[in-house]
Design a protein around this ligand. Structure first.
Ligand SMILES: [Zn+2]
Length: 615
């Protein structure tokens, strides 16, 4: 079977975009037929933004005007997806395209105006007594649709201050981001990356990318050690500055929590999504009890790599050398096959994504790096990849497909106001999609060697997406508690917390390395988005729990699990994430849910051990 228009990425120069056959490039005509149509939509959005101000001052008049304002806001929102993505996706195809870039910026300017033009809406709605809005919603079916939106807005309101309090807090907006911006300047603009000599005599400058690649591929432990130590030394050299900046983050968070009347910084971070603090505390406590499979994996690695000392710079090298290529044209059918457990309708949709040109597959000159799924309301989602035929690239495709199906099912089932979903559930479908794909691949590949490669991939992703993120959440919580308890925050204190965590999670399985205690200084999330990373871990636990039913031998359990899972996807953002998950059978406040990850890891490490024995 030969395709005239087949294509595979090669080494060397990047192809120009038009050298890649059309079927590997996304077809954006379902968003807009042309720039002419885009112009018309842009004008329409512009006009509806201007028109929206006419609702100001009318909300309290009654159910009818409130409903009309809600609907006008939805129409504006739906339109803005198409106007934004038509320009943004074309810009990402080739970021040297100045015309697309200019139009994309034009939309950003319009969005800023849209925000100003609707900023009166929430305060005006919140000024109406909630009881009255509830009566309106009970009497008016159209308005009843907005019940969750209204209730959650009033819920957030619980910690909003009076006008003078809010004005005072708003003045702090200008310096809230100073610690984070200073961190970013120090680690990018002002960063001096070290250069080291490898055993081969080659000199390497350790940019982030080079450093990471070296730990993942270099088989000389001495090279890895040199890279790790020099890289971390650059942070050690400025550790007191990093500690002072992080103290700025902690003090800011505590200032805002206290100003708004929260008991702790964690309470403040979780209130919006109505997540009980016990979820994070439970996550950390249960994970600490479930570190044995993680240690088992590292003991296995130390043995297989035949290393006398085994340190944090040894945890990324592959156990089995493997350079198989996965041509895109073959992988598509595997991805479609892998979702069979989710039913034929779901499967047909995944096929449609491949055949309907939703995916921009290969790298070309000027294209944005990385991968994403773009939730374009009003049509189907689009996916950007830089597919390079590695195993990582295949799993990335499966991951983005999970996001896209979530978007599609949610957009189809929900009204605009609930079509989007929060990060707290977003990584469930993507990781579940990867888990299904792993199951299929383990069945299909023929040698123990290949199975070992797959198992290591899955295990590493549990180690990095679950255990490491929980450890990070653990660190953030302990650090925030220092300021909450009026304790000083110094580099020594932060180093001591981190060193303690490394012992807690790895025991004596990974040999201690003095400089590892500084790791906190190189994690940008700590400085930019406090209390964020735990959500990767809760998503991962939810997936592990859901997969237990999906893998069940009992067909009724399986069928029920699939139905609950698909309902979760269709529910979009129509309720609080904890409620959505609990209807899908996942209770994150229960230790069992978190334990599902440790059991899965244990099962995978056991399999890896036996595959390696026969490889
Ligand atoms: Zn994702």
């Amino acid at each position: 079977m030969s395709h005239v228009d087949t294509f595979r990425p090669g080494a060397g120069e990047l192809p120009a975009r038009d050298a890649i056959p059309a079927r590997y490039r996304w077809d954006l005509s379902s968003i807009c037929a042309s720039w002419d149509e885009w112009n018309r939509l842009y004008q329409q959005l512009d006009a509806s933004i201007n028109a929206f101000t006419s609702f100001q001052g009318t909300l309290a008049a009654g159910a009818a005007t409130l409903l009309a304002a809600f609907r006008a806001m939805d129409d504006m929102g739906a339109l803005s997806y198409r106007v934004w993505y038509y320009a943004a996706l074309q810009y990402d195809e080739d970021q040297r395209n100045n015309q697309a870039n200019a139009r994309r910026q034009q939309v950003q300017i319009l969005f800023a105006r849209q925000q100003q033009a609707s900023s009166w809406f929430n305060p005006e709605l919140l000024a109406i007594p909630l009881e009255r809005v509830r009566e309106w919603m009970a009497a008016d079916q159209g308005l009843a649709l907005y019940r969750f939106a209204v209730e959650s807005l009033f819920h957030e309101q619980e910690h909003v201050l009076d006008e003078s309090g809010e004005r005072l807090l708003s003045y702090s907006g200008r310096f809230n981001s100073v610690p984070q911006e200073s961190y970013s300047a120090l680690t990018t603009a002002d960063m001096r990356f070290p250069t080291i000599s490898l055993a081969s005599g080659e000199r390497v400058t350790l940019t982030y990318g080079q450093y990471r690649a070296l730990l993942e591929t270099n088989r000389q432990q001495g090279d890895r050690a040199a890279a790790y130590r020099s890289f971390h030394q650059t942070y050690a050299d400025n550790q007191n500055t990093y500690a002072a900046l992080y103290n700025g983050v902690l003090q800011r968070d505590w200032f805002h929590a206290r100003a708004r009347g929260y008991a702790s910084t964690l309470d403040a971070a979780l209130h919006g999504n109505k997540i009980p603090t016990s979820v994070v505390e439970n996550l950390i406590a249960v994970t600490r009890q479930g570190v044995e499979p993680l240690r088992r994996y590292h003991r296995l690695r130390r043995r297989v790599l035949a290393l006398d000392t085994y340190r944090l710079f040894d945890v990324f090298v592959p156990l089995v050398a493997h350079d198989a290529k996965y041509p895109y044209d073959e992988v598509g059918t595997w991805i479609v096959d892998s979702v069979a457990p989710l039913g034929s309708t779901y499967q047909r949709r995944v096929r449609e994504a491949f055949e309907g040109r939703w995916i921009d597959v290969f790298e070309n000159a000027g294209k944005k790096s990385g991968a994403y799924s773009a939730p374009v309301y009003g049509t189907h989602p689009y996916m950007l990849l830089n597919y390079n035929e590695t195993l990582d690239a295949v799993f990335t495709l499966s991951h983005e497909m999970g996001h896209s199906m979530h978007t599609w099912l949610s957009h189809e089932a929900q009204p605009f106001v609930y079509a989007g979903y929060t990060i707290f559930v977003a990584e469930v479908p993507s990781t579940l999609s990867e888990a299904l794909f792993l199951d299929l691949m383990l069945e299909r590949v023929e040698t123990s060697r290949e199975r070992a490669v797959l198992l290591q991939h899955a295990i590493d992703s549990i180690a990095s997406t679950f255990y490491t993120q929980v450890m990070f959440a653990d660190f953030e919580l302990q650090a925030h508690r220092l300021v909450e308890q009026d304790e000083p925050v110094t580099a020594d204190r932060l180093n001591a917390i981190y060193a303690g965590l490394l012992r807690e999670y790895y025991g004596n399985v990974i040999d201690e390395e003095e400089i590892s205690r500084l790791t906190w200084a190189r994690i940008p999330h700590f400085f930019s988005t406090p209390y964020y990373v735990y959500q990767y871990a809760t998503c991962f636990a939810s997936t592990a729990k859901l997969m237990q039913d999906l893998r069940s031998q009992d067909s009724a359990t399986r069928g029920d699990g699939v139905e609950r899972y698909l309902s979760l996807l269709r529910a979009g953002g129509s309720d609080y994430p904890m409620d959505l998950l609990s209807r899908a059978g996942v209770d994150l406040s229960q230790p069992d849910t978190v334990r599902a990850v440790a059991s899965e890891l244990d099962m995978l490490v056991g399999r890896l051990e036996s595959e390696l024995a026969s490889a």
